[in-house]
Each structure stands twice: as structure tokens, then as C-alpha cells.
Design a protein around this ligand. Structure first.
Ligand SMILES: [Zn+2]
Ligand SMILES: [Zn+2]
Length: 361
């Protein structure tokens, strides 16, 4: 098998420099993971083999850890990968061996009910790299060439933000922000920091970030990405939440819930202006239920919308990056080796970092 692959699949100057085996972080089931030595993936004629430099750790990875979402075993997680093209299939023309790239983890089937109705993001049999096929927490990963995008000299730890920024870009499309809008964003994790910048560039006149205090809110302030910053206390959130309401008696045109906390999503509705929109952006546990008053939604003609993931948005993100308009520096503030995954999970769960990434040599 391996020899055939070398003949047909791997071309270019690096031929022979790709090893047979690689290290990967692999799950055999929920919460069961190990660093394993496995074969480097084979590539087909339309594929690219990427030597991973870094891969962002995302809240979704905590869901995969528990076996939720699209998880399929054995699983190599990691869907925010950046690296260097190590080999290309013979039909590949968009990248060359040696190119630095960011990777899009979402591959729609293009033939299901939703795909054939021009809704590939809602594909019923989505291939998700790092979800139901091997992803970027490994030294090498195979991708179809069209999911691989050149990034020039963008540093690795900024390049891992290209995928979350692509998701945020889709969120912006869903919001259809009207000119002069006032926007309230709950949460300023890495995703919130990306969303905030895109909101300000796409129609919002004024942005308030409300989040618990800590390194994430500190960074948001330092990056100067919003107009107002409200630190919500862990112990007595009512005080700041009431102050936020009285300072904005007509509410906000758009309220974005990007914390993933059901209690925040529940109260977020109270901050939506009549005729406004509530954006469900966070990732919640599948079992969670919340209570909203349908009367309030009806009487105030509130639109509730969601943004699930990206679908082909990386080129758009790269335009913002190339134009120097999306600030990414400092968001990833801690890196781990795959051998340190347990420690990484702890740090991410305790929210001691803004964003963590797995780094490789
Ligand atoms: Zn993610
Ligand atoms: Zn499909």
C-alpha cells in the first residue's frame, strides 16, 4: 500500500522526505485518548498532505472529548490546522510543496438533499476533518486540495485563527447588520474577539462587549476592538446586567451570544431591541434546554438566528488579513505538545488562557 502511494500520490521536491510513520493524538472513545505512532495518511490525486505546524484548540474539541457532536472513533481531533504542504496529488494546482497553508475542515458531500439545494453548510453527511475523519492534532494530515489555502508568511499561531475567523465571517453573513446598528456581544473568547472586529467592519456603529473579567476581556480592551466593555462579575452578575439594561433602554439591534452558557443565552433575549435579532453563536451541550417567552418574541418581532460553521469562507478571511484589518496577534497565548493534551484540556476548561494551540516541530 505504502509503495503505491509513494509512486502515485506524492510528487514534488520533497519526495522521499515524508516519513512512513507519524505521531498523533488519537481518541478510541469518549475521554479515551493516547499519543500513538501511526502511518502517515495516504493522499489521492486530488489531495494535499500538510505537515502540521500548529492547530488551535477550540471549545468544540471539549465536546468531541466527551463524544458529542460529529465524533466518530477512532478520532484524531483538530480542525484549526496550519502547516506546510509536504506532498501533492498529480491533479493539484492551487498549492505547491513548501507552501504555507491554512486548512478548511468542512467538506460537504455535494449530493444530499441540502447540498443539492445550494445549502452545503447544512449537509447531511458532512466530512469534518478533526470531527469524523482525522484532523490536525497529528504531524501530518490529508486534505482535499480545495480545502487548503495559501497564507504567505502569516505566523503559525495567527494562522490557526483563520478557521474560527471563517466561522465568524459566516456569522456576519447571517446577521445582515443594518447600517448604524448597536450591537451587544456576550463573551470575548477567541471567537468573540474575531466576531467583534468583523461586526465593527460590517455595519455596526457601536459595539458593547459584556464578558466575565479575566485575560480574555483584558486582551479585548488592549486590542481596542469595541466601544464599551462590561465586566460581568461571577458572584453577582445582576448588578452589571441591570446597569447594562438601564444604560440601553431601547436595547440593541443585534445581541450575539458567544459564551456557550445557556443562562446567558436565556437572558440575552431581554437585551434585544424591538424588531432586533438574537444570534445563537455559542456551542451548547446537546442536552441543554432554556426558557423564552414566545409572547415576548412575537410582540417584539424578534428574529432568533444561528450560525453553525463556515463553508468556503477562508478566502474571504484572507482578504481581511491581507488588508491588515483583522488583528490576530496575541490571541493564541499558550501552546502545548500533543503529549501534554491532558494538561491542555485542564487549562482550557479552567479558562486560564485566551486560546491554546497544539504545536509541532
Ligand atoms: Zn473550532
Ligand atoms: Zn451534503
Amino acid at each position: 500500500m505504502h509503495d503505491t502511494m509513494k509512486e502515485s500520490g506524492r510528487t514534488g521536491p520533497s519526495k522521499g522526505s515524508v516519513p512512513e510513520k507519524m505521531k498523533a493524538l488519537q481518541y478510541s472513545g469518549p475521554e479515551k485518548f493516547a499519543v500513538v505512532q501511526i502511518d502517515v495518511p495516504q493522499i489521492g490525486d486530488d489531495d494535499v498532505l500538510v505537515k502540521i505546524s500548529a492547530c488551535g484548540v477550540c471549545g468544540t474539541d471539549l465536546h468531541y472529548h466527551k463524544g458529542e457532536f460529529l465524533a466518530k472513533w477512532p478520532l484524531i481531533p483538530g480542525h484549526e490546522a496550519a502547516g506546510t504542504v509536504a506532498a501533492i496529488g498529480k491533479n493539484v494546482s492551487n498549492v505547491s510543496v513548501g507552501d504555507r497553508v491554512a486548512t478548511d475542515p468542512m467538506q460537504p458531500c455535494l449530493s444530499c438533499f441540502h447540498c443539492t439545494r445550494r445549502k452545503p453548510l447544512l449537509c447531511d453527511s458532512l466530512t469534518a476533518f478533526g470531527g469524523n475523519v482525522p484532523g490536525g492534532f497529528a504531524e501530518y494530515c490529508r486534505y482535499p486540495a480545495r480545502l487548503v489555502h495559501p497564507i504567505g508568511d502569516l505566523p503559525d499561531l495567527e494562522a490557526v485563527l483563520v478557521e474560527p475567523a471563517a466561522c465568524a465571517t459566516h456569522g456576519i453573513e447571517r446577521m445582515q447588520i443594518e447600517v448604524g446598528s448597536k450591537v451587544l456581544l456576550f463573551g470575548c473568547g477567541p471567537t468573540g474577539i474575531l466576531l467583534a472586529q468583523l461586526v465593527k467592519m460590517n455595519g455596526a456603529a457601536h459595539l458593547t462587549i459584556a464578558s466575565k473579567g479575566g485575560p480574555k476581556l483584558d486582551l479585548a480592551r488592549k486590542m481596542n476592538i469595541a466601544d464599551d466593555y462590561i465586566a460581568i462579575s461571577d458572584t453577582s452578575p445582576r448588578v452589571q446586567m441591570d446597569a447594562l439594561a438601564s444604560a440601553n433602554p431601547y436595547g440593541f439591534d443585534i445581541v450575539i451570544e458567544a459564551t456557550g452558557a445557556p443562562t446567558v443565552l436565556e437572558v440575552a433575549l431581554n437585551y434585544v431591541r424591538k424588531g432586533g435579532k438574537l444570534v445563537v453563536y455559542g456551542v451548547y451541550d446537546e442536552s441543554v434546554k432554556i426558557a423564552w417567552s414566545p409572547f415576548k418574541i412575537w410582540e417584539n418581532e424578534i428574529t432568533i438566528l444561528a450560525s453553525f460553521c463556515s463553508m468556503g469562507h477562508i478566502p474571504h478571511v484572507m482578504e481581511y488579513i491581507k488588508a491588515g484589518k483583522l488583528k490576530l496577534e496575541g490571541v493564541v497565548n499558550k501552546t502545548f505538545r500533543i503529549e501534554e493534551w491532558e494538561e491542555c484540556l485542564d487549562v482550557v476548561r479552567r479558562q486560564e488562557v485566551v486560546k491554546a494551540a497544539i504545536a509541532f516541530d
